[in-house]
Design a protein around this ligand. Structure first.
Ligand code: IDP
Ligand code: MG
Length: 152
């Protein structure tokens, strides 16, 4: 089987509110990434603090935690070859004004704090992040080489 990588993606509350869930999923799927876990949920403060733990010393941390837990989000694990690099390219730069047109943030982001989507920045961090939301048993496995699914 080819070397697959897992990436963690979250449609943030602004993306859900603006009905951009389908658009986001569609863009991920169209490049051949597979969704292997997905749920809609509202983050507790504790989850939000864990999610953004790497930013805890930043001045915008409190606002970040408050916003990400302000409404429902859609959390996903996506899988594929070079998934982290591919997703980050589709997502675009952090500041929507600097994100290329054609990227999710370049097309839909309104400002840095309302940039529609979160994605892990490395396979290691993606795992730390998706582990907040998914048990290993909730992630679909056993994709055959021809990509036929086996649901157990
Ligand atoms: P990323 O989402 O592109 O990986 P990070 O630097 O990890 O960007 O920052 C996490 C999130 O924090 C960003 O998506 C953005 O919403 C927010 N953020 C980053 N820098 C700032 C800032 O300077 N002011 C306000 N919010 C920020
Ligand atoms: Mg980041």
């Amino acid at each position: 089987m080819v070397d697959v990588e897992r990436e963690f993606v979250m449609v943030k509350p602004d993306g859900v509110k603006r009905r951009l869930v389908g658009e986001t999923i569609s863009r991920l799927e169209k490049v051949g990434l597979r969704i292997v876990a997905m749920k809609m949920l509202r983050l507790t403060k504790a989850m939000a603090e864990k999610h953004y733990a790497v930013h805890k010393d930043k001045p915008f941390y409190e606002g970040l935690v408050k916003f990400i837990s302000s409404g429902p989000v859609v959390a996903m694990v996506v899988e594929g070859k070079d998934a982290v690099t591919r997703v980050r390219k589709l997502v675009g730069a952090t500041k929507p004004g600097e994100a290329e047109v054609g990227t999710i943030r370049g097309d839909f982001g309104m400002e840095i704090g309302r940039n529609v989507i979160h994605a892990g920045d490395s396979p290691e961090n993606a795992k730390i992040e998706y582990s907040i939301y998914f048990k290993e048993s909730e992630i679909i496995k056993n994709v055959l080489p021809d990509e036929t699914w086996i649901y157990e």
